[in-house]
Design a protein around this ligand. Structure first.
Ligand SMILES: Cc1cc2nc3c(=O)[nH]c(=O)nc-3n(C[C@H](O)[C@H](O)[C@H](O)COP(=O)(O)OP(=O)(O)OC[C@H]3O[C@@H](n4cnc5c(N)ncnc54)[C@H](O)[C@@H]3O)c2cc1C
Length: 516
């Protein structure tokens, strides 16, 4: 069984497997990572990307002097000895960039004027939570203890579970043993059921807001606090664009190629083996192996017409819930807001109507000053992301462009009015506005239902492995946030690495990862 060896020497010249390349569909973080690791192992990769640029969801756009970041808010793996830090190092993603680890990762304001600071430091956090809910001190202590216990949870890099020998599985199991009881206690518990144990209403609200979605597993709360506590999670200067471009650059330096504006329409299969891909426009590209790092639903049910599914896959796509779609409103403001916290969650005096059925009583705003690299000195970028129903925006864009545009304007205006009340003078200094709807996310990345992070980590899915292969189909793998519940950049990159490890195993190569 192959195991990883770390080498820093120049990689061997990549070769095509059986005279053909590995074709990767999608130049998102998973596709780029998979390409990098294949090239490191001497396997020639070619990525086919539907859009004009690499990065997929990990992207940003320039509006005048402002950069509106469409993704990176917090990244896990900023410091050693984290496994994800090793992955980012191998991919050349963050080296030499300024990182910001905010002890205060969220500030919440209550309707009655209270303020709660959510600290990364668990001692400070415990004190803050007990200040607002002293009657729940016992539960708070237990939550903090459990988060601390899970802080050292790291994914295995030596081999993905699929390639582990029984002995390796046992060794990995032993490593996780101290955390197993905690994981099992929270994993199948819905966050709402867990929070119902707390007596203090505001504290319940605060903990729910830290997690976000009400359908998530309670384990998400524990893991969010655990990830933060090691100073291993934060923001990288230059944001999503620089991050994605650094990995694309690493891939190019390793000899990998990308064909942009190349949309794959189907995966060609001969004798139940993937043998290449058909692209829009009719081009056929042969492949020794195909790795789809594109949207999971499109891959399984369109590119492969649902021919390689079993009960588990059907259950996943029929019953499990993707992350709900969002709208992102970005503002470029010619004014500084020195008192604005990095991330602020505030109550709204009257509900914000996002679409016909979604009304919000709270809103979260992120503030970036010039140190982020997103705007010149003396200016600010503010970003608001709100949940919405994907079908509303996709339907409007398709059937009523005039109303689609009018609705976008209305949402931007309502958000500006809310922010202007909280930060007086904001509205008159706005230089640029921008809005991305679920229709935008679908158009640029093809993610199912406009999901921005794949599968929502609900009790039904969290911790259950999603296969990287499809039943009955050889020489084919999937990677990216549709094969890891909870998604995110680290999971996408790791999935790309795992797919490369599986391909190495398939052709009898010992997997090796290099650093730039
Ligand atoms: C607003 C927002 C905020 C986020 N915040 C964070 C955060 O703070 N931290 C974090 O870790 N993660 C965050 N994420 C999640 C993270 O961005 C994703 O989980 C991750 O980027 C997924 O990468 P991927 O490669 O799996 O998929 P994608 O990024 O979706 O890449 C898939 C690629 O495949 C291409 N493609 C699709 N169909 C085809 C086809 N038929 N032919 C060819 N190419 C195709 C697409 O164009 C795309 O480039 C955020 C995402 C969003 C949108």
């Amino acid at each position: 069984m192959p195991f990883e060896e770390k080498i820093s020497a120049a990689p061997p010249l990549p070769q095509a497997v059986n005279g053909e390349k590995v074709i990767i569909i999608g130049a998102g973080i998973a596709g780029l990572a998979c390409g990098c690791y294949l090239q490191m192992n001497g396997i020639q990769a070619e990525i086919l990307e539907a859009s004009l640029l690499p990065g997929g969801l990990c992207t940003a756009w320039q509006r005048g002097p402002y950069v509106f970041d469409g993704c990176l808010r917090w990244l896990v793996g900023l410091k050693p000895p984290s496994a994800f830090h090793q992955v980012w190092t191998e991919l050349g993603a963050i080296a030499g960039r300024k990182i910001f680890v905010h002890d205060e990762f969220l500030r919440l304001e209550g309707v009655g004027g209270q303020t709660v600071v959510v600290h990364s430091d668990l001692d400070k956090l415990a004190r803050e939570l007990k200040r607002i809910g002293p009657e729940d001190a016992g539960l708070i202590d237990k939550l903090i203890r459990d988060a601390r216990r899970c802080a050292s949870l790291e994914p295995p890099l030596e081999n993905p579970l699929e390639l582990m020998t029984p002995f390796e599985k046992m060794k990995t199991g032993l490593r996780y043993l101290p955390m197993v009881p905690t994981i099992f206690r929270y994993k199948n518990l819905p966050i709402t059921a867990y929070l119902a144990r707390y007596q203090n209403k505001f504290l319940r609200e605060v903990l729910q807001l830290i997690v976000g979605n009400e359908n998530m597993s309670a384990l998400v709360l524990v893991m969010l606090l655990a990830f933060r506590t090691r100073d291993n999670t934060g923001f990288v200067a230059g944001g999503s664009w620089d991050f994605a471009m650094a990995i694309a650059d690493r891939y190019a330096r390793l000899g990998g190629t990308v064909r942009y504006k190349t949309r794959v329409t189907s995966v060609k299969v001969e004798n139940n083996r993937a043998s290449g891909v058909q692209c829009a426009g009719g081009t056929f590209i042969p492949a020794a192996t195909v790795v789809s790092c594109a949207d999971g639903h499109t891959t399984i049910f369109k590119m492969l017409e649902g021919r390689y599914v079993n009960k588990k896959i059907r259950y996943l796509y029929d019953h499990c819930q993707p992350f709900p779609a969002i709208i992102q409103v970005s503002l470029g403001i010619k004014k500084k807001f020195p008192d604005a916290p990095h991330t602020l969650n505030l109550p709204l005096p009257r509900p914000l109507r996002v679409d016909g059925e979604t009304q919000l009583n709270r809103m979260e705003v992120e503030t970036f000053g010039s140190e982020s690299g997103f705007c010149p000195k003396g200016t600010t970028v503010m970003t608001v992301r709100v949940q919405t129903r994907h079908e509303v925006w996709i339907g409007l864009k398709k059937n009523d462009l005039v109303r689609y545009r009018a609705e976008k304007k209305r949402v931007v205006q309502e958000i500006i009015t809310i922010l202007d009340r909280r930060f007086p003078g904001l509205a008159e200094h706005i230089e640029r506005t921008d809005i991305a709807t679920p229709a935008t996310f679908v158009r640029y990345t093809g993610n199912w239902q406009g999901s921005y992070e794949g599968w929502l980590p609900t009790p039904g899915i969290l911790g259950r492995p999603i296969p990287y292969t499809l039943p009955g189909l050889k020489n084919f793998y999937m990677a990216g946030h549709w094969v890891v519940a909870g998604g995110g950049l680290p999971s996408a990159a790791l999935a790309g690495r795992y797919a490369a490890q599986m391909i190495c195993a398939q052709i009898g190569k010992t997997f090796a990862a290099t650093t730039p």
